[in-house]
Design a protein around this ligand. Structure first.
Ligand SMILES: Cc1cc2nc3c(=O)[nH]c(=O)nc-3n(C[C@H](O)[C@H](O)[C@H](O)COP(=O)(O)O)c2cc1C
Length: 373
């Protein structure tokens, strides 16, 4: 079989994933206005499960009220959310052997209520975030830990921390946004302490058998920001601690132009644009030990993915936009149709607004064509 490795199983921590295809976290706008699981949210995820993906990372799931980014986003900041989350997990597990993880997140400096490690203006002339006190940082850590515990109680197979894209955990990692002088700022070890404390806290609550993974900022692409060299040091520290997988990413909304080059609105319209975090994956690989690497960002060609897996460059590949357009893509590839995804990175999905919908112009066009026949 041409895609032997892509469709072979591999473990993240002690959890076996049936193939190497991960759905990269995608905010679908489909939770209820107060962050509960809706039928539409369940449908998005069961469609993915039916489509053959091995592991679904759901999407930003806020760990406290302040950390909410927008309506229609899932929440895990109190126990009332667990029942609905259980329903989502159960529905996905019912469709063959698909694994699922929520992505625990806090909006931080880019949020509607903007808080940050340091009071540094978000873009020139724009709002000033509130600097968290040392006590408040500890409250945030505790909220992440409790959300991790609720994820476990909901039946999720593992959890991913969102430490990328200019959100709160990423703000702590970056020397551009973290100028603190307490134990959460300064050198690399101090800036990554928040991740270490969250990791240890979740392990204390639920034990070591629940894999903790991270979407990790490896580069800010801004002057004075996080560089890939330091990203590698952070990755090494997290692997040594016990993080089960790392999905390298980068960029933030700080400079919109760069945000769009790096994350996630990058246009992937030629072969040269594909796999745009491959350089980061290659730099991190030597420090990974038993932890797994997930290549994300412009993954479009199944044969290239197979080659990268065969060469041991990465352990998994992840996609977001192609699976919005075609949840059935993994099965299509498995069945031998190796043509690239229909997604043309128009980014209509990324710029979808409001709750309850995720636009996809390609999908809409296909439906229209079918109706016109
Ligand atoms: C509609 C949309 C929602 C997204 N939501 C999230 C999210 O909740 N968390 C996250 O870390 N990344 C999010 N992303 C980024 C994707 O996970 C992924 O990193 C990025 O789109 C690049 O992968 P791709 O080229 O396969 O789309 C989102 C992307 C899109 C298009």
């Amino acid at each position: 079989m041409e895609l032997e490795k892509l469709f072979s199983s591999e473990k993240i921590g002690n959890v076996k994933i049936k193939n190497r295809i991960v759905r990269s976290a995608t905010y679908t706008h489909a939770a209820t206005d107060d962050g509960h699981v809706s039928d539409l949210l369940i449908k998005y995820h069961t469609d993915l499960a039916k489509g053959g993906v091995g592991l679904i990372i759901t999407g930003i799931t806020t760990i406290d009220k302040v950390g909410n980014i927008a309506t229609g986003q899932t929440c895990l900041y109190d126990d009332s959310y667990v029942e609905g989350q259980k329903k989502l997990v159960k529905a996905v597990h019912e469709y063959s052997d698909v694994k699922i993880a929520p992505q625990l997140s806090h909006s931080g400096r880019q949020g509607r209520t903007s808080i940050a490690p340091s009071a540094i203006t978000f873009k020139e002339g724009d709002r000033m975030p509130k600097e968290l006190t040392n006590e408040e940082v500890k409250v945030v850590i505790n909220n992440f830990i409790n959300a991790g515990r609720r994820a476990y109680e909901s039946g999720y197979d593992m959890v991913q921390l969102n430490a990328a894209h200019g959100w709160l955990l990423c703000n702590f990692l970056s020397p551009f946004t973290n100028k603190r002088s307490d134990e959460f700022g300064g050198n690399t070890q101090n800036r990554m302490r928040i991740l270490v404390d969250i990791y240890n806290g979740i392990v204390d609550k639920v034990g070591k058998n629940f894999p903790i993974t991270v979407k990790l900022q490896t580069q800010d692409f801004v002057e004075g920001g996080l560089t890939l060299e330091e990203g590698k040091l952070i990755a090494k520290g997290l692997v040594d601690l016990g993080f089960a997988a790392i999905e390298p990413s980068g960029g933030s909304a700080e400079i919109a132009r760069l945000f769009r080059i790096s994350y996630p609105a990058a246009k992937v319209q030629s072969q040269e644009d594909e796999n745009y975090f491959l350089p980061a994956v290659k730099v991190l690989k030597p420090v990974m030990k038993d932890s797994k690497l997930i290549l994300m960002g412009g993954v479009r060609n199944p044969l290239t993915a197979e080659k990268l897996l065969q060469e041991n460059t990465t352990d998994f590949i992840a996609m977001s936009r192609p699976l919005i357009c075609e949840p059935n893509l993994p099965n299509r590839w498995k069945d031998g149709d190796l043509s690239p995804p229909l997604c043309n990175s128009c980014n209509s999905c990324f710029f979808s607004t409001g709750s309850g919908s995720l636009e996809c112009t390609v999908k809409e066009k296909l439906v229209q064509e079918r109706l016109n026949k």
